[in-house]
Design a protein around this ligand. Sequence first.
Ligand SMILES: [Fe+2]
Length: 263
Amino acid sequence: MNVLFIGDIVGKIGRDIVYSMIEKITSENAIDFIIANGENATHGKGLTEAHFNELLDSGIDVITLGNHYAAKKEIFNYLDTYENILRPQNLHKSIPGVGTNVYDCNGVKIRVTNLLGRVYMSLDVDNPFDALNDIIENDDSDIHIVDFHAEATGEKYALACGFDGRVSAVLGTHTHVQTRDYRILSNGTAYISDVGMCGPYDSILGVKKEDVVTRTWTGTPTVFEIKEDGSGLFSACLLSFDDKTYECINIRPIYMVLEEGEY
Ligand SMILES: [Fe+2]
């Protein structure tokens, strides 16, 4: 069984890249299930219902979110409507939606969990370790994939090591930069600090370079505009599972630069 996990989708360009790349990857590989982080898919922050449905139409089975989950307020109206959108589990319990769910994939029970980190993150959330522990105590899924949306690699790796052998994969999102530290940990959990981004390649994390350079260099407040043209970047991870034991047997990062016209 193969699961494709797609990194943070940024803006319309990100959605277009994902649409064309899913077609290409599924024609070349047997992909059974697709998860994607969509918290930046609408103009770089948040996710409208229309864009959520657009991503599902691309072939994605489950969308996860992150610290920008509430950037488009309409999400509060539809989080409870769909089973295949997950907001971080360790948000306050009063917030609509859920952060973990089990999906049937040809008879295999795949649990997907979305968690937020606490190191260098602006949202005040519950302890992600305790949240994951609570989920596992009542879990009978065959495969459990965790999207840990966090800034610090140390926090992400600590969570993966803390749950090594108890979840199938801990995949980092949020930094928009794919890391090279993918591996299967000693007790069988697949890990990567960050899957990376789907969006404009010639940008700083999806934003026009000049906006970020000016603010970072001079401290002048600037509006971060998403770069919506030029070459594109597709970042994802392909996870392969044993068909009998459901152990993760391989994690392969995908990092592709596409010219305009290729997406
Ligand atoms: Fe984020």
